[in-house]
Write a protein that binds this ligand. Structure first.
Ligand code: PEP
Length: 253
């Protein structure tokens, strides 16, 4: 019997929040009921991970991080290591978000190193991939995403890659209000799964999330697609009602 992949919804707060605002958002998220069908995670900025862990303790929502160092430990001022994230109780970590790639210059190699380190530590890596608008318009979307996946596969190998969650986030849809249509997203998700399969990865096990202007309104249309296993949510995860509705939409499938 084919095992259904449990949906996963992750809130990426980016560099937003303060103690007071977080406390009220987290207090509302605490009330979210647990569901067999969806796992919910929030990723606050590093300084607020402990606050989130404390307020969400015993709730259905777990806590992750937005990034990790590509180094294990040592003289790397300003960096935060994967083992520190584990120490704080993070269950997963976002790697290679397009903002890390474009603003902070993270290359495919750095991203692959971070994915490998996270796997080694037992932190679930959420590997972000996605093309820019210019690349899509040039017909290069699939080639770009394939190259981003291959960079990681070359370092971690096919066997371990089945423990990675892939987040397809077209750059043109992040924070723009312009979501990929459910059909556009499904085409890319199916492509990603097929490419992983061809590369020897147990691809039916791999969760592939969609990210890019996900809202309570478009989430149900995305989640019915067979290869969309959940969402990486930016802006809408800062509003308890929207985020809860997105999680409820995932649980309803
Ligand atoms: C993101 O930060 O990963 C993201 C998808 O942002 P938004 O939902 O705001 O587009």
């Amino acid at each position: 019997m084919l095992k259904v992949r449990k949906k996963l919804v992750i809130g990426n707060w980016k560099m937003n929040g303060c103690l007071e605002r977080n406390a009220s958002l987290l207090a509302e998220l605490r009330l979210m009921g647990s569901s067999e069908r969806v796992e919910v995670v929030v990723c606050p900025p590093f300084p607020y991970v402990s606050q989130a862990k404390e307020i969400l303790a015993g709730s259905a929502v777990s806590v992750g991080a937005q990034n990790l160092s590509s180094f294990k430990d040592g003289a790397y001022t300003g960096d935060v290591s994967g083992s520190m994230l584990l120490d704080l109780g993070c269950s997963l970590v976002i790697v290679g978000h397009s903002e890390r790639r474009s603003v902070f210059g993270e290359t495919d190699h750095v991203v692959a190193t971070k994915v490998a380190l996270a796997l080694e530590l037992g932190l679930k890596p959420i590997l972000c991939v996605g093309e820019t608008l210019a690349q899509r318009e040039a017909g290069e979307a699939e080639a770009v995403v394939q190259a981003q996946l291959d960079g990681v596969l070359a370092v971690v190998g096919a066997a371990l890659a089945s423990d990675v969650v892939v987040a397809y986030e077209p750059v043109w849809a992040i924070g723009t209000g312009r979501t990929a249509t459910p059909d556009q997203a499904e085409v890319m998700h199916a492509f990603i799964r097929a490419h992983l399969e061809r590369s020897g990865v147990a691809a039916q096990k791999v969760k592939i999330l969609y990210g890019g202007s996900v809202t309570a309104a478009n989430a149900p249309l995305l989640f019915v697609k067979p290869d969309i296993d959940g969402a990486l949510v930016g802006g809408a995860s800062l509003v308890a009602e929207s985020f809860s509705l997105i999680c409820a939409a995932a649980a309803a499938i």
